[in-house]
Design a protein around this ligand. Structure first.
Ligand code: ADP
Ligand code: ADP
Length: 223
């Protein structure tokens, strides 16, 4: 199997987690979602979690050095040659530069950056209706992707909750942070000829299909 090293890029609520879950099942690749990793660290009360908590509550990005350390550790442990999916990292140009340096060190390289393109209006609709399961982080939407039984996760039966940072005043700040600090990564990866745009406004199955066909082209090229 090729070393399919992928990044899912996109604004908060664009569908990175939804698509990441599916892609991970399809491709059976290690999947690192920094939001999930940080939320687990906050819950466990680790040093990283204690630092990250206040930034996440405000909808600010946690400091680069904190999150870079977290990812470098994961990639160092990740089996070389088996690919990976990064969801939510990098989110700033310094993070992207650190990732390039880390992969260089490991003798690996990125295969593609998949940008899930969604308008700000749609993002607000998606985030305000988002529900996640308390135990496994499985993702639902009250209107677009409801569970079979209201308030209960189909997969593990745990309670569905609203993320603390999905409150409207925090969401606005997260979107501002995205435009200011993360959107510059679009041209960063365009320059490296790695950027692939996917229309994220379609329904989840269609978006998954676009990503699947993109990835199968990449796999053939890599062959
Ligand atoms: P979303 O899925 O809505 O994009 P995430 O779950 O990925 O949000 O991230 C939640 C929060 O975790 C972010 O608002 C930020 O505070 C923090 N975070 C996640 N990834 C990073 C990162 N790469 N750099 C800095 N902060 C991050
Ligand atoms: P991200 O990880 O980028 O923050 P999520 O995957 O958590 O995004 O999706 C945000 C919300 O939008 C969730 O409630 C999810 O169920 C919903 N959602 C995801 N993809 C779509 C889509 N293509 N159409 C409609 N709603 C979607």
């Amino acid at each position: 199997m090729p070393d399919l090293n992928l990044i899912l890029l996109g604004p908060p609520g664009s569908g990175k987690g939804t698509q990441g879950e599916r892609l991970q099942e399809d491709l059976e690749l290690p999947y690192y979602a920094t939001g999930d990793i940080l939320r687990a660290a906050v819950k466990e009360g680790t040093e990283v979690g204690q630092t990250a908590r206040e930034y996440m509550e405000r909808g600010d990005l946690v400091p680069d050095e904190v999150i870079i350390g977290v990812i470098a550790e994961r990639l160092g442990d990740s089996p070389a040659g088996h690919g990976f999916i990064l969801d939510g990292f990098p989110r700033t140009v310094p993070q992207a530069e650190a990732l390039d340096a880390e992969l260089d060190k490991l003798g690996r390289q990125l295969e593609a950056v998949i940008l899930i393109d969604v308008s700000d209006d749609e993002i607000i609709r998606r985030i305000t209706g988002r529900r996640v399961c308390a135990d496994g982080g499985h993702i639902y939407h009250v209107e677009f992707s409801p569970p079979e039984t209201e308030g209960v996760c189909d997969i593990d039966g745990s309670e569905l909750v609203v993320r603390d940072d999905d409150r409207p005043e925090v969401v606005r700040n997260r979107l501002d942070q995205y435009h200011e600090k993360t959107a510059p990564l679009v041209s960063y990866y365009e320059k490296q000829a790695l950027l692939n745009r996917v229309d994220g406004s379609a329904d989840p199955d269609q978006v998954a299909e676009s990503i699947r066909s993109l990835v199968s082209t990449l796999s053939l090229e890599e062959g």
